[in-house]
Design a binder for this molecule. Structure first.
Ligand code: SAM
Length: 268
C-alpha cells in the first residue's frame, strides 16, 4: 500500500512521439540553451505555498482501495528527489509521455493501451482516481504505465531529468474560476519553462480546456513563450479532440455546453 497522505527535425504524425528522433543540437549545446532560456525556477508569484490542487479526501470504493493495495507495487512509483531512471523502471529505453492530472485515468489507460510502444507516466494527487486508474491498467494488461501520487510540479522539478520526455499531456487542468484563485492555475509562465526544460527538442506539449477564460489565459502565456512553437490550436464542440481520447472532465464540460480548446505545441 502506498504511503497515503524550433529547430526541430522531428516528424510528428499522430501527435505521439515517433521513432528515430534526431536533433541537430549536441547534448552540451542543448543543455546550455535550456539553462539560458528556461531556468527551471518558479517566479515568486508561483512559490510552492500556492498549489494547483486541494487534496480532497474523496470517497474511495472498496475496489479502488483493493487495487491500491494489490497493484501499487506494480504500477506505483514513490516520489523521490532523485531523477528517475526510466530504463530501469520500464526495462527498456523507449519514448516517454508524461500526463499531468490524469483524474480517473480512463483516457491515460486508453492511450497507453493504444501505444504500447511508448512508456507513460501519470501524475495525480487524487487517490480514488489513482485507484480507478490501476484497476483499468490491470484490465488492459499494461506494462508501459507507471503512476506517481505527488504534486506534478515537484515531480517535474526533482524526479524528471532534463530533456527526458517526448510528450507532455495536460488535459483539463483545474480552471480555478474565481479571480482570487487564478494564482492556483497550474499553467503559468514559470511552469511552461519547467515543461520546456523536461521535454526533448521536438517533443510536444498537448493542452486542452473547456473553460473559456482559462483558454484566454493559456493563449496569453503561450504567446509570450520562446520555448514552444504553436503547431495547432483547435476550438471544437467535443467532436475533434486533438490526438487524444475524450476525458471525463471534458464530458462534464460538454454537458454544460462548454466549448473545448486543444493546443499542440512543439518544443523548439
Ligand atoms: C479537472 S481535473 C481533470 C482530470 C482529467 N485530466 C480529465 O480530463 O478528466 C484536474 C486534475 O488534476 C489534478 N491535479 C491538479 N493539480 C495537480 C498537480 N499539481 N499535480 C498532480 N495532479 C494535479 C487534480 O487532482 C485533478 O484530478
Amino acid at each position: 500500500m502506498p504511503c497515503i497522505q524550433s529547430n526541430t527535425s522531428i516528424e510528428i504524425n499522430d501527435g505521439f512521439p515517433q521513432s528515430g528522433n534526431t536533433t541537430r543540437f549536441s547534448r552540451f549545446r542543448y543543455n546550455l540553451r535550456v539553462a539560458r532560456l528556461f531556468p527551471p525556477v518558479m517566479t515568486s508569484a508561483e512559490k510552492r505555498t500556492v498549489r494547483s490542487f486541494v487534496r480532497r479526501t474523496g470517497r474511495m470504493t472498496r475496489s479502488q482501495r483493493r487495487a491500491l493495495d494489490a497493484l501499487w507495487p506494480t504500477y506505483g512509483l514513490e516520489f523521490s528527489t532523485e531523477p528517475l531512471d526510466f530504463t530501469a523502471v520500464f526495462g527498456r529505453d523507449s519514448r516517454r509521455v508524461l500526463e499531468i492530472g490524469f483524474g480517473n485515468g480512463d483516457s491515460l489507460v486508453e492511450q497507453a493501451a493504444r501505444h504500447r510502444e511508448l512508456d507513460f507516466i501519470g501524475v495525480e494527487v487524487h487517490w480514488p482516481g489513482i485507484g480507478h486508474c490501476l484497476i483499468q491498467a490491470e484490465r488492459a494488461a499494461l506494462d508501459n504505465l507507471r503512476v506517481i501520487s505527488h504534486d506534478a510540479i515537484d515531480v517535474l522539478q526533482q524526479q524528471i531529468g532534463e530533456a527526458t520526455l517526448d510528450r507532455v499531456n495536460l488535459y483539463f487542468p483545474d480552471p480555478w474560476p474565481k479571480k482570487r484563485h487564478h494564482k492556483r492555475r497550474i499553467l503559468q509562465p514559470g511552469f511552461l519553462g519547467l515543461l520546456a526544460s523536461r521535454l526533448a527538442p521536438g517533443g510536444s506539449l498537448h493542452i486542452a480546456t473547456d473553460w473559456a477564460p482559462y483558454a484566454e489565459h493559456i493563449d496569453g502565456i503561450l504567446d509570450s513563450s520562446p520555448a514552444f512553437e504553436l503547431a495547432e490550436r483547435r476550438a471544437h464542440g467535443g467532436d475533434q479532440p486533438l490526438d487524444r481520447p475524450t476525458t471525463k472532465f471534458e464530458r462534464r464540460g460538454l454537458g454544460k455546453g462548454h466549448q473545448i480548446v486543444d493546443w499542440r505545441l512543439v518544443r523548439i
